[in-house]
Structure formats: structure tokens, C-alpha cells
Design a protein around this ligand. Structure first.
Ligand SMILES: *Cc1c(COP(=O)(O)O)cnc(C)c1O
Length: 368
């Protein structure tokens, strides 16, 4: 049996009719740039996450960078985020002209914890970026409390957490701005690149709207040096169709996660820990195992595709070498990078694929 890590074709096959009609609709009315579907999707996504405003942009990276800029973050500012994240979080801070200040991840949630955040605040700190990594919300109440005390902007990196809930509220609308990615493999994925900024602050929404479209307030009136980062109308039309299925897909992901965890009981495998008061959406189902690389190869030989998120922590990447981070600086993140293993996870994963994956994992970790 072959178990892919994600299977985007299974989802397309189920929606092909609806998607085809949506794409043809855009072709027929031919407003390809910031067309009506972008506005419709923005309104629907804002309502879905419980934000007053949503602005579609070109990618998750741009959503993060434009959120920072709209919150007034720039040169001379420090922005605190977690060492266990995808590099986009850190690159967005650099692109906004600010200095990324990294802290070690929490060993249980793998997220930014309020306690380490508090210790990293300096007089130059301007913003904090919690990442709802793997689909699990960070401890937002405590993070928001610290941010309010120090007058920091809070920009959520919700690129892995569409639909996840923290104390009953969806992430992305809890801080000043929330950045989403619609990279195809995300819980809500386009058929190309896309991103979005959600916010309850009208001024932040207006600034992102300006930045994404050459800094203009009206055509050919450019008030700031903006960029070209508009959510594509075709992608918005596709995303509108898919948004209607997101809760169902997230529910299936949660079921698969519960089944994985139950069936792995007794194995030398550390399952993900789901915190009280959150609704995890399992963008990734990540376990820890000893001799991870051997386990991953053994699974691959059996046809089970897995991932590692992330094999090289962001502070040890060549891209940020000039920032002076060093090995040993974030021991929890560094140790986890050698043990983390992401198992196949997507809504359409079948019971047989899940059973087979657990059987292969049992053999791979040497427990008969
Ligand atoms: C995917 C992702 C991003 C970036 O999204 P793109 O659309 O690929 O630019 C940012 N942060 C995290 C945590 C991600 O997983």
C-alpha cells in the first residue's frame, strides 16, 4: 500500500464540478485582478474567522510582512517569535526592516509560550508573532496580556491553523492582525499561491489594502511605496468553494488524529498534546520518535510518506546567518528537530491507510 503525505487529488476529485464552474465564472466575467470573487471571499473569510475585515494578498509570507508594516513595525524594532517555525515568519520580519528576536519553543505545545516571551521583551520590542504551529493555537490570552502590558502589536501567524479555535474563538482574529496562507497543502489551500490578512482594525485593513496594490488609494494615486501582492481572482473563486468544506475537513483531520493517538498507545512514540480550551485543526500530525531518520526510511520503504517540520531550525539556516544565532541557543527546538516526524494527514485519509501507517510505524520503532 502507498500512503501519500498529502493527497490533493482526492480532494479535487470530490469538488471538480463546483471548482470548474467557479473558474469558468471568472473567465466569463473576466475581472482577473481584484475581481468580485476576491471581495466575496474576503467577506466570507472574515465572517468565518470572526474578524471585521479580511484583505486577500499574494501569499502567506506577504500577509505576514504587510501585517507587520500595517502595524507600524519597521527599522529599529524588535519582533519576537518562535525558533520552531517555517522560515517565512522570520523572513517577513526581515522584509519589514525589523530585527527578529527568536525564543525557544515550548516542549509540550511546540508553540511560543508566554513565559519565554515575557523574558525576551526589551524596550525595543514592537511586536510579537505567535505561530499556531501544526494547527494548534498558541496560549493567546497570556500572550495578549503581556503584549498589552508592553504595548506590543500581536500578529498571529495562522498559516497552519485555518479554523482552529482558542477558547471558542477562531484564530487569526485574536490579535491586531492574523496572517493566513493558501498554499495548496494548507488546510484551506488554493491551486497556486495566496494569502490573507484578517483584522478587526479598520486602519490596519486599509493599510494592507493600500500596500498590496502599489500603495494606491485610488487609481494612480500612490501614497506609500507599496507592492504588488493581490490575491488572484481565480484563486479566490476556488477558495470560496473550498471554504464551505473547511469545517468538515478539519473535523476529519481531528478524527484521524484521535485515531492515530489511540492506536499508537504503548509504542515508544510521543503523540501531539492537545491543550485544554483549544480546537486543534491538525494541519500536521507530529510525533516524536527515537532514531527518527531510521524510522522515516523504514516507513518510506513500506510506501508510507512522512515529513519533518522542521529538520533545520530557522536560527541555523544559512539565510539568517548574519543575525548571529548559534547552535545550542535553543536546545528544546534543536533537540526536537532530530526527533519530530509528521505522519500522513489530510481529510481524505482512509481508515485502511491510517491502520497501515500505524502498523508500519510499530515495526519502524521496533515494537512488535
Ligand atoms: C506556509 C507558511 C507560511 C507561508 O505561507 P506561503 O503562502 O507559502 O508564503 C508562513 N508561516 C507558516 C507557519 C507556514 O506554515
Amino acid at each position: 500500500m502507498n500512503v501519500p503525505f498529502v493527497d490533493l487529488r482526492a480532494q479535487y476529485q470530490a469538488l471538480a464540478g463546483e471548482i470548474g464552474a467557479a473558474v469558468r465564472g471568472v473567465m466569463e466575467h473576466a475581472d482577473f485582478i481584484l475581481g468580485r470573487e476576491v471581495e466575496e471571499f474576503e467577506a466570507e473569510f472574515a465572517a468565518y474567522v470572526g474578524a471585521k475585515f479580511a484583505v486577500g494578498v499574494g501569499s502567506g509570507l506577504d500577509a505576514l510582512e504587510l501585517s507587520l508594516r500595517a502595524c507600524g513595525v519597521g527599522p529599529g524594532d524588535e519582533v519576537i517569535t518562535t525558533a520552531n517555525t517555517f522560515i517565512a515568519t522570520v523572513l517577513a520580519i526581515l522584509r519589514a526592516g525589523a530585527k527578529p528576536v527568536l525564543v525557544d519553543m515550548d516542549p509540550v505545545t511546540y508553540n511560543l509560550s508566554a513565559e519565554v516571551l515575557a523574558a525576551a521583551v526589551t524596550p525595543r520590542t514592537r511586536a510579537v508573532m505567535p505561530v499556531h504551529l501544526y494547527g494548534q493555537p498558541a496560549e493567546m490570552q497570556a500572550i495578549l496580556d503581556i503584549a498589552r502590558r508592553h504595548h506590543l502589536a500581536v500578529i498571529e501567524d495562522a498559516a497552519q491553523a485555518h479554523g482552529a479555535k482558542y477558547q471558542g474563538k477562531r484564530v487569526g482574529a485574536l490579535g491586531d492582525a492574523g496572517a493566513f496562507s493558501f498554499y495548496p497543502g494548507k488546510n484551506l489551500g488554493a491551486y497556486g499561491d495566496g494569502g490573507l490578512v484578517a483584522t478587526n482594525d479598520e486602519a490596519i485593513a486599509a493599510k494592507v489594502r493600500q500596500f498590496r496594490n502599489y500603495g494606491q488609494t485610488q487609481k494612480y494615486h500612490h501614497v506609500v511605496a507599496g507592492t504588488n501582492s493581490r490575491l488572484d481572482t481565480l484563486q479566490a473563486a476556488i477558495l470560496r468553494v473550498k471554504l464551505r468544506h473547511l469545517d468538515q475537513w478539519n473535523g476529519l483531520r481531528r478524527q484521524h488524529a484521535a485515531a492515530y493517538t489511540a492506536r499508537q498507545a504503548g509504542l515508544p512514540v510521543v503523540p501531539p498534546s492537545v491543550q485544554p480550551g483549544v480546537e486543534h485543526v491538525f494541519h500536521l500530525y507530529v510525533v516524536q520518535v527515537d532514531r527518527r531518520d531510521e524510522a522515516q526510511s523504514a516507513l518510506a520503504r513500506k510506501g508510507v510518506q512522512t515529513g519533518i517540520h522542521y529538520p533545520i531550525p530557522v536560527h541555523l539556516q544559512g539565510a539568517v546567518q548574519s543575525l548571529g544565532f548559534r547552535e545550542g541557543q535553543f536546545p528544546v527546538t534543536e533537540a526536537a528537530a532530530k526527533r519530530l516526524l509528521s505522519l500522513p494527514m489530510f481529510a481524505e485519509l482512509t481508515e485502511a491507510q491510517l491502520d497501515y501507517t500505524v502498523e508500519c510505524l510499530r515495526e519502524a520503532v521496533g515494537a512488535a
